[in-house]
Design a protein around this ligand. Structure first.
Ligand code: ZN
Length: 304
């Protein structure tokens, strides 16, 4: 009887555990949850990117909310386990669906939603496609895929600061790079930069913007000498320069080999089979993502 009770308790504990997201306090008051490295076309469950929050003396800022209302609610729950301070800002780092569909979980907290000045347009453009993806993979009916666009907009080259109480965050919008609406968040006191999808560690970087812009953005980030950097996917690196160098090398190789292929008159299929293959063992989900990157960049570079 005792054993059965114990087993029941264990099962119960696991159910509770399964409903909670795990967070790491990467710097004092900065919490990060790491999503799993799953492709959006294979077993996507809405929890594949890094999301989190920063606690100041007076309020809290959320950075990215996950791919569904469910993940957003779990994030809110985790915040409430740490603090009862008001959530003053919900920041979206860019449009990708795995980062924005938890926003609606925060409506009752009445925060200011923040994003790149190009984000509202990008959300609208992808709305229908994302609703179909959420329906297919997460079984969420379109009317429950709720987008909350930002009302505080950050423009390129016009960084803005927000204050959480003795804790200032600098919000910096980039010209087209990973997407045309990338925003980073820098915690000024600790020199921690939430780089979102301008930075990938284990997972193959996904190109959805401008390859030259992304390489430029990484060069700028490299020069900023942040103490801690938080990628959009993967583990925050222990050696920042090495991690930035790794993603830059991949993007530069991709660009060089695409340029060469175009000069050689190689057709797209051969390009897909050969370009950047030497990077294969360095990244997760390489085959599927590298092919998408070539497909995206090749036709654009053909016109350069
Ligand atoms: Zn992304």
């Amino acid at each position: 009887m005792k054993i059965i009770l114990y087993l029941l308790l264990l099962i119960n504990a696991q159910i509770i555990f399964a409903d909670d997201l795990s967070f790491k306090e990467i710097q004092p008051g900065i919490y990060v949850h790491q999503g799993e490295h799953l492709d959006v076309d294979h077993g996507y469950h809405g929890d594949i990117c890094n999301i989190g929050f920063i606690i100041g003396d007076q309020s809290v800022a959320v950075i990215d909310t996950g791919g569904s209302l469910k993940i957003g609610r779990q994030l809110l729950k985790a915040i409430r386990e740490k603090t009862s301070l008001p959530i003053s800002y919900v920041i979206n780092t860019h449009v990708h669906l795995d980062h924005i569909y938890g926003n609606a979980a925060f409506i009752s907290e009445n925060p200011i939603f923040v994003g790149h000045s190009e984000l509202p347009k990008a959300m609208l453009l992808r709305k229908e496609f994302y609703e179909i993806t959420n329906q297919n993979f997460l079984n969420i009916p379109p009317e429950e895929s709720i987008q909350i666009p930002p009302s505080l907009l950050i423009s390129v080259n016009k960084p803005q600061e927000i204050d959480l109480g003795n804790r200032k965050l600098r919000l910096e919008a980039f010209p087209s790079a990973h997407t045309n609406n990338d925003l980073i968040v820098v915690d000024i006191n600790t020199k921690t930069a939430w780089l979102a999808d301008l930075m990938f560690t284990e997972r193959t970087p996904s190109m959805d913007g401008d390859i030259h812009g992304w390489i430029n953005a990484l060069e700028k980030i490299e020069k900023s000498n942040y103490e801690v950097i938080i990628p959009g996917h993967g583990t925050p690196p222990t050696n920042n320069n090495k991690a930035i160098g790794k993603i830059k090398s991949y993007l530069e190789l991709l660009r060089n080999e695409i340029r060469q292929a175009i000069d050689d008159g190689m057709d797209l299929q051969d390009a897909l089979d050969t370009i950047a293959r030497s990077e294969k063992n360095k990244w997760e989900l390489f085959d599927v993502q590298n092919a998408r990157n070539i497909n995206m960049v090749y036709p654009i570079m053909e016109w350069e």
